[in-house]
Write a protein that binds this ligand. Structure first.
Ligand code: HEM
Length: 443
C-alpha cells in the first residue's frame, strides 16, 4: 500500500531580512503595508527583532484571524512581554476556557440595561467638560479627551470618580503605554522603569476602588468581579482584580479619546459632513436631557463615526501567537510564529471602498452600504473576541458628539503638526490644538 504525503506548502512570500536581526520594523507604516497587500495579497512574511511574523491583510485574512481560524492563535503568545508585564494577567492575555469564563463575568457591565444606567452620568461628565472647554477657549484636544474618557471609564466601571486626580491618573496611563514598545530596562530613568512606576501608582488607585467596592457593591464591572465566585466558592485574587480593572481602564479610555479627537479633526476638514451632522441634530429638536430614543435616531452621526473608525482606527493592529501549524491561502504558517493583522489595510481596500482615501460618511448609508463585505470594517476587532466595550464607546462618543454639534464650534489652530502617529493609539502629533467656543443659539 502506498501512502501519499501531501507536499508541504511554501512559506508566505516576503523577506525575512538579515539572519537574527530581520527587517526594519515597518509594520505600522500604512503605505508600506498597502504596497505589500497589492504585491502579495492577503499574507506576507517578515522578521522583526528575531521574531518571524506572518502579516494578515484584507477582509478575508481578517475573517480567518478573527473567526474561522481563531483556534490556531493565542493572544497570550502574541503580545510582547513588555505589554504582558505592564498590563498584567487580564482578558487581553488570556485564552480558551479561562478567557471565556472571565469575559462572561465582565460582560454584564456592558449589556444594554447597564448602558441605560450609564447615560445620565456620561452626559453629566460631558456637560462639565464642554463647559470647561468653552471657558478655556483653546487647548490640545487629545489631552482633554483622554481625561474625559478616563473619568467616564473610572466612574462607571469601577465606581470611583477620580475628580481632582483625573489629570494625574490619565497622565500615568500615557507613561504606562510609553513602556509597551520600550527596551525593558528597569532603571527608574528609563521609559520602561517609568512605565513600571506608573503601573504601581495606578494599582494603588485601583486598590482603593476595590476596597470600596468590597464594602459597597453595586452593579458596575468591578463590583461584579469583586463578588464573583468559582464552583468551589473562591473569589478572584486581588492581583487578578487589579489586572482586569487596569485593562478595562486602559482599553476603555485611550481608544475612545483617539476616536473623538479624529472625529473633531475630520468634521473640521469636511465642512459639508459637519453641516449635515449638525442639521440632523437640529431636526431632532432635543430639549433637555438626552434619551436612548434620541441616540437611536442619529443615523448620519453613526455613519460619521463609522467613517472615522475606517480612516482613523485607534488601534493599529492585533497580535497573535501561532499555536498550531496551518495553511492559509496556499501557504504554510508554522507554529511558533507571530501573526499580526493590521486594522487599516482592509479599511483602504479599493475592492471594498470607493475612493478609499476620501472622507465620505454616506458610503455607510443603507443605499450604498459599502462595508457589507464581512470583516472589512474591524476598528473594534471581530468574531468572538470583538471589543467588549463597543457599545459603551459608541454611547459616550454619541453623547459628546450630540452636544458638540448642537451647541459648540471649533477651529484647528494653524501651523501645527497634524501627521498621524500610530502607536499606542492613533493621534495627531501635536495633540490637535483647537480654538473652541459655544455657538450662538441661532447659528
Ligand atoms: C473607540 C473605542 C474603542 C476601540 C477602537 C477599541 C478597539 C478594540 C479592538 C480593535 C479590540 C480587539 C483587538 C484584537 O483583535 O487584537 C478590542 C478589544 C477589547 N476592548 Fe476595545 N476598543 C474601544 C473601546 C473599548 C472600551 C470602552 C472598553 C472597555 C471599557 C474596551 C475594552 C476592550 C477589551 C477588554 C478587549 C479585549 C476583549 C477580549 O479579548 O475578549 N474597549 N478593542
Amino acid at each position: 500500500m502506498s501512502s501519499i504525503t501531501k507536499p508541504a506548502r511554501p512559506l508566505p512570500p516576503g523577506s525575512l531580512g538579515l539572519p537574527f536581526i530581520g527587517e526594519p520594523p515597518r509594520l505600522l507604516d500604512l503605505e508600506f503595508l498597502m504596497q505589500q497587500y497589492h504585491k502579495y495579497g492577503p499574507v506576507f512574511k517578515t522578521r522583526v527583532l528575531g521574531r518571524n511574523i506572518a502579516v494578515f491583510m484584507g477582509p478575508e485574512a481578517n475573517r480567518f484571524v478573527l473567526q474561522t481560524g481563531a483556534h490556531y492563535f493565542s493572544w497570550r503568545d502574541g503580545w510582547p512581554p513588555t505589554f504582558k508585564e505592564l498590563l498584567g494577567e487580564s482578558l487581553f492575555v488570556q485564552d480558551g476556557a479561562e478567557h471565556k469564563q472571565k469575559r462572561r463575568l465582565i460582560m454584564p457591565a456592558f449589556h444594554r440595561q447597564a448602558l441605560h444606567h450609564y447615560l445620565g452620568t456620561m452626559e453629566d461628565i460631558a456637560l462639565r467638560y464642554l463647559d470647561r472647554w468653552a471657558q478655556q477657549g483653546s487647548f490640545a484636544w487629545l489631552h482633554e479627551n483622554k481625561q474625559f474618557t478616563f473619568e467616564i471609564a473610572s466612574t462607571l466601571l469601577t465606581g470611583s470618580a477620580p475628580g481632582a486626580d483625573t489629570e494625574r491618573l490619565s497622565q500615568q496611563f500615557v507613561t504606562l503605554t510609553g513602556g509597551f514598545i520600550s527596551v525593558p530596562l528597569r532603571w527608574p530613568w528609563t521609559p520602561y522603569g517609568k512605565a513600571l512606576r506608573a503601573r504601581a501608582a495606578l494599582l494603588r488607585y485601583i486598590d482603593g476602588a476595590i476596597e470600596h467596592r468590597r464594602a459597597h457593591p453595586t452593579d458596575d464591572a468591578l463590583s461584579l468581579l469583586v463578588q464573583t465566585r468559582d464552583e468551589e466558592g473562591h473569589a478572584l485574587t486581588n492581583q487578578e482584580l487589579q489586572a482586569q480593572t487596569l485593562l478595562l481602564l486602559f482599553a476603555g479610555h485611550e481608544t475612545s479619546a483617539s476616536m473623538l479627537t479624529s472625529m473633531a479633526l475630520a468634521l473640521w476638514q469636511n465642512p459639508a459632513a459637519w453641516a449635515k451632522a449638525r442639521a440632523e441634530q437640529a431636526a431632532l429638536n432635543i430639549q433637555g436631557r438626552l434619551t436612548m430614543e434620541h441616540l437611536k435616531d442619529m443615523p448620519y452621526l453613526e455613519q460619521v463615526l463609522k467613517e472615522v473608525e475606517r480612516l482613523y482606527p485607534p488601534v493599529p493592529a492585533g497580535f497573535r501567537g501561532v499555536i498550531e501549524t496551518f495553511e492559509f491561502n496556499g501557504y504554510t504558517i508554522p507554529q511558533g510564529w507571530t501573526a499580526l493583522y493590521p486594522i487599516n489595510v482592509a479599511h483602504r481596500d479599493p475592492a471594498v471602498y470607493s475612493n478609499p482615501e476620501q472622507f465620505d460618511p454616506e458610503r455607510f448609508s443603507p443605499q450604498r452600504s459599502e462595508s457589507s463585505v464581512p470583516f472589512s470594517l474591524v476598528g473594534f476587532g471581530g468574531g468572538a473576541r470583538v471589543c467588549i466595550g463597543y457599545a459603551f464607546a459608541q454611547l459616550e462618543m454619541k453623547v459628546l458628539a450630540s452636544h458638540l454639534l448642537r451647541h459648540y464650534t471649533w477651529e484647528i489652530v494653524p501651523g501645527q503638526n497634524l501627521n498621524m502617529i500610530y502607536f499606542p493609539t492613533l493621534f495627531p502629533r501635536d495633540g490637535l490644538k483647537v480654538r473652541f467656543a459655544r455657538r450662538p443659539p441661532d447659528q
